[in-house]
Design a protein around this ligand. Structure first.
Ligand code: PRX
Length: 659
């Protein structure tokens, strides 16, 4: 978009990516969808389209109204009743799929468990009875703070079975974060473990729970024995009467627990977004619409053939990606998934590729941060393993730089697997913008088009649609898996998502639309820089840097500058074997200028071994701005590794600004 510096100017479109990757004939020959029929059906009658998708589930009672929309509040499939655990388990077992593997689970230290649908159903029913015996009733909230072990999906589905909404808190969060989520949700039972394993070391979850629940309404902690006697100092302390062992309760639990008939709009779960400031928001997701769209997207975006695919989503279940694409979507579709407890570099940096080879994974869904880390480590770890079972790759969580996309496609997918870049949020519940792999010609770095049934538009500062160029990503119509609100705070829901552009949901992301109508996500609008009146997206400058063969990863921020308002400071991580010598900084600045224009040339470049990231892998540019402007650091509690910033600060003081 041409920028005249006026108030209406939105975000510049700088980076032009012209490579196009159509689905291969081999992939198309076997794909679920190869034409535009789903898009056409949704365009003709969107409610009818979603009804068809909802019919893929089992309902105890059919709904009366497909969508009741009183902005900003939507109700989907009102009057219908169903149960999420029934849809994920019972109906598959009843349909003869009891012996199909639901999860191949692998612990970090190498132990494995294979869990069939029949076994999962059995365990879920017993645990549902355990929860009931602890006084949990329909509508009561239950918190979970667990490692990536099968008992986590068991606990979630047991809650769903008895109509108790779950609140999963990521096991890497502090006891304060856990406490605020327990208090916000009013949970009286917490399911946890004595600990988990991370990079060979025990993570002491139970101790955090003890600190978190002190003085709250929590009556019971149910504790899975994962570390046992390997816990430092011996088995963890249990508070008599309050803390109960999972395995002891399960040993005497009744085997059968009939599923509650839940209203479509009954709360299925709360998931708190990890706001770095203020109170975390308890995002509300309900039963019928959420499950419909999680199942629909999981099937079509990943081209799922449940009878033969082995699907692996590497996220943690503590994030929405794990909720929708490790638990509800795959199980509703009777898929076979891999679930892995640990980190990608334990015991060595080829752990994931070892897992892909051993389980013959066909579909891999991961995040750009992981892909860029593997780029940094180099291809030797991949070439140790046979990855030819893979047939589809997915990405989520951040914009994927075109070069990382191509690397993923070529080095991981062997140049034969479509890569689906999927845009969505905790709030959206399910993928909204993504290719359909048998239909869409992909452009690396673009999430391409809204899925069938989704209305998305890029608008300018005044809320007018932008036909070509940069602006704000908005959603124009309700969708079944949309958040129903912020728990206990309808005002904040309206204010946060619906007030900036009346009548539209504003996602907080910048995006551009190219001449072919492809959508390109440009990162959070808070991250947009203003250089001499030009609004430049951090994503585009980062992608230009990653385009250079020496660079694995970069994070770019705007630091206050007396001349240009803001100046671009780039933090750069090199690929393994590369060094910053020979004026690499100057060459990189020139590379960006050549690639996307002199306006985007970084003023200075800081080389660093690592970037500050949240636990879910998102780069924390806010902290880098603090470093670039020489300020004290803001809140660092959500950082995965706090030492990274100190190192960057040291290097940044040593790095001269170049003009
Ligand atoms: O900024 C977008 C980015 O992640 C945000 C949502 O984060 P969260 O609620 O934690 O959910 C992450 C998993 C769905 C979005 O507002 N984001 C997510 N996927 C993409 C993305 N940015 C660009 N491209 C994506 N594919």
């Amino acid at each position: 978009m041409a920028d005249d510096g006026s108030e209406g100017a939105t975000i510049e479109e700088l980076l032009v990516e012209s490579r196009v990757f159509p689905p291969s004939p081999a992939f198309r020959s076997d794909a679920l969808v190869t034409d535009r029929s789903l898009y056409d059906q949704a365009a003709v009658d969107v409610n009818r389209f979603w009804e068809q998708q909802a019919h893929a589930l089992d309902w105890f009672r059919p709904w009366d109204t497909t969508c009741a929309w009183e902005p900003p509040f939507a109700r989907w499939f009102d009057g219908g009743t169903l149960n999420a655990s029934w849809n994920c388990l019972d109906r598959h077992v009843a349909g003869g799929l009891g012996d199909r593997v639901a999860y191949y689970w692998e612990g970090e230290s190498g132990e494995t468990r294979t869990i069939t649908y029949a076994q999962l159903l059995d365990e879920v029913q017993r645990f549902a009875n355990v929860l009931k015996s602890l006084g949990v009733r329909r509508g009561d909230r239950v918190a979970m703070y667990m490692p990536m072990i099968p008992e986590l999906p068991v606990a979630m589905l047991a809650c769903a079975r008895i109509g108790a909404p779950h609140i999963v808190v990521f096991g890497g969060f502090s006891s304060d974060a856990l406490r605020s989520r327990i208090v916000d949700s009013g949970s009286r039972v917490v399911v946890t473990a004595d600990g988990g394993w991370r990079r060979g070391a025990p993570v002491m979850l139970k101790q955090h729970v003890d600190a978190a629940i002190e003085g709250t309404d929590v009556e019971h902690a149910v504790v899975v024995r994962r570390l046992g006697d390997l816990a430092p100092g011996g088995a963890v302390a249990m508070s008599a009467g309050r803390d109960l062992w999972y395995h002891e309760l399960m040993a005497s639990a009744e085997a059968e627990c009939p599923p509650e008939h839940m209203d479509a709009e009954d709360l299925l779960f709360l998931l708190h977004t990890s706001g770095t400031t203020a109170r975390p928001k308890g995002i509300m997701h309900t039963t019928g619409g959420y499950l419909t769209q999680a199942a629909f997207t999981h099937r079509y975006v990943f081209d799922l053939h449940p009878e033969r695919d082995v699907y692996w989503c590497t996220a943690d279940i503590g994030w929405v990606t794990g909720h929708s694409y490790i638990v509800y979507g795959p199980l509703a579709n009777a898929a076979t998934s891999v679930m892995y407890e640990g980190t990608p570099d334990f015991p060595d940096k080829d752990r994931w590729w070892d897992i892909v080879e051993r389980y013959k994974v066909t579909i891999l869904y991961t995040a750009p941060t992981a892909i860029r880390t593997f780029m940094k480590w180099g291809t030797s770890y991949l070439s140790r393993h046979d990855l030819t079972s893979l047939r589809l790759l997915g990405s989520v969580g951040e914009p994927i730089n075109p070069e990382a996309w191509v690397w993923y496609w070529k080095e991981v997918g062997g140049g034969t697997c479509p890569v689906v870049d999927t845009w969505w949020q905790t709030e959206t519940g399910a993928i909204l913008i993504s290719p359909l792999p048998g239909v869409t010609d992909c452009k690396p770095g673009s999430a391409t088009f809204p899925l069938p049934g989704i209305g998305a538009e890029v608008v300018d500062d005044h809320g007018n649609p932008v036909e070509h160029g940069g602006g704000y990503l908005t959603l124009t119509q309700p969708w079944p898996a949309m958040l129903r609100g912020i728990y206990g705070d309808p005002e904040r829901y309206h204010e946060t998502y619906w007030s900036r552009f009346p009548g539209r949901y504003f996602a907080g992301d910048g995006a551009k639309i190219d001449e072919d109508g492809y959508l390109w996500l440009l990162g959070r609008v808070d991250d947009v820089m203003n250089i001499s009146g030009h609004r430049v997206s951090t994503t585009e400058v980062e992608s230009a840097l990653v385009d250079h063969p020496s660079v694995a990863e970069s994070a770019v921020v705007g630091a206050t500058d007396a001349t240009t308002g803001q100046a671009i400071v780039a933090f750069v991580t090199l690929r393994s074997g590369e060094s910053a010598g020979d004026n690499l900084g100057t060459r990189l600045r020139q590379h960006v200028a050549d690639k996307i224009g002199p306006i985007a040339r970084p003023k200075s470049i800081v080389f660093t071994d690592d970037l500050p990231k949240t636990r879910s892998g998102k780069i924390m540019r806010r902290l880098l701005r603090d470093v670039a402007e020489g300020r004290a650091l803001g809140d660092t509690t959500t950082l995965a590794d706090a030492s990274v910033v100190d190192e960057i600060r040291r290097r940044s003081q040593a790095a001269p600004a170049e003009d």
